[in-house]
Design a binder for this molecule. Structure first.
Ligand code: UT7
Length: 345
């Protein structure tokens, strides 16, 4: 059975920055509290009201396709992880299919909050492993500013907007997505949710007055679960694959809170220099955090690197994925794409 390897990474980050200093003007908070409690310094915000998750996803998709040197009509499938779809339907994947001209692809959205990218990645991998598809695009994208309540200091300091995309193709040489362990537990769904706008509480004057169309989080309670479960998922996948801390080139964690990331790294026996951290620059972009990390660190990655991707999010959802990286990112950074193609086959 082939594995699914990541053969290209793309991203999109809006230009506009929302700094801790800006937030000090909006709610009762301060830079020191935000930095020490979360590790966040600034986030990107998509200000243009006419642009949303599909726009960011399409831009990230196009970068990934350009890097691999393929056209969109070669894609078989587009899976988008998001909790901020442009509309409840049609799926954001349909909008992206049209925007990039993926005339031979089908697609759908995955809703698993901050674990969405890992769940979508596993889904995409299965289509490659089965031999059913050759090229699958997996995107994690969220316009969190569309559901964040900028009057709620408990949540508005945490989130930002962005998108990341990876292309999956078959590999028969031991590279790619080698294992994944995922979980869902709906018994704590109320601790992190958006109560309004679904079939249970459709939009009404009352839901708007109650601010039900904004994300709600019991931060302290979610924190305790996140620390325990993200770390235990990472440990589970390491034990299952007989991996020790020293075998790991990078931990690629969901970026919700620097303290959760540090706890996961400690449990794995991985030092800070081997942890991808960009929460300081982008905040929590929900489904986009992990592919945004892969994009930022791509030039550092070398063929054969062992990566552990780990996430925890609303649902609750959580999991970890073991990836053996398939190409030298430095070649991409040098625009040596012929070399990358030769390596990937
Ligand atoms: O990505 C999906 C999963 N989500 C997560 O993993 C997020 C998990 N939770 C967290 O990251 C943290 O719980 C937060 C960053 C949200 C909050 O940090 P905390 O250390 O858990 O703070 P807390 O909620 O326990 O609040 C401590 C104090 C409270 O004041 P009192 O009651 O002790 O007087 C809050 O009212 O900090 C106060 N506070 C703030 N102060 C200044 C809460 N938000 C702010 C703020 N600025 N923005």
């Amino acid at each position: 059975m082939p594995h699914a390897k990541i053969t290209a990474v793309g991203n999109y980050l809006p230009e506009e920055r929302l700094t801790n200093a800006d937030l000090e003007q909006m709610v009762d908070t301060n830079d020191e509290w935000i930095r020490t409690r979360t590790g966040i310094v600034e986030r990107r915000i998509l200000k243009d009201e006419n642009k949303a998750t599909a726009y960011m996803s399409a831009a990230a998709a196009n970068e990934a396709l350009d890097k691999r040197g393929i056209s969109a009509d070669e894609l078989d499938l587009i899976i988008i992880a998001t909790v901020t779809p442009d509309m409840l339907f049609p799926a954001t994947a349909a909008l992206v299919q049209d925007a990039i001209g993926a005339s031979n692809a089908w697609g759908y959205d995955v809703s698993a909050a901050c674990s969405g990218f890992l769940f979508a990645l596993s889904s995409g991998a299965r289509y490659i492993e089965s031999g059913h598809h050759e090229k699958v695009l997996v995107i994690g994208a969220d316009k969190m500013s569309s559901i964040v309540d900028y009057e709620d200091r408990n949540t508005c300091i945490l989130f930002g907007d962005g998108a990341g995309a990876v292309l999956l193709e078959a590999d028969n040489n031991g590279f790619g997505i080698l294992d994944d362990i995922h979980h869902i537990d709906g018994s704590h769904g109320d601790l992190l949710c958006m109560p309004g706008g679904g079939s249970q509480r459709p939009a009404s004057h009352e839901t708007v007055d109650n601010r039900d169309h904004f994300l709600k989080q019991e931060g302290r309670a979610v924190f305790k679960f996140a620390v325990e479960r993200m770390a235990s998922a990472a440990e589970e996948v390491m034990v299952a694959n007989d991996l020790k801390g020293e075998d790991i080139a990078y931990l690629v964690p969901h970026q919700a809170n620097l303290r959760i990331i540090d706890a996961t790294a400690r449990r794995m026996g991985v030092t800070r220099d081997k942890v991808m951290i960009n929460i300081d620059r982008y905040g929590n972009t929900t489904a986009a955090t992990i592919p945004l990390c892969l994009h930022d660190w791509e030039s550092e990655l070398t063929k054969g690197d062992n990566l552990i991707l780990a996430a925890f999010g609303g649902g609750f959802t959580w999991g970890a994925t073991y990836v053996k990286w398939a190409y030298d990112g430095a070649d991409v950074a040098r625009s040596n794409l012929a070399e990358v193609s030769a390596t990937l086959g």
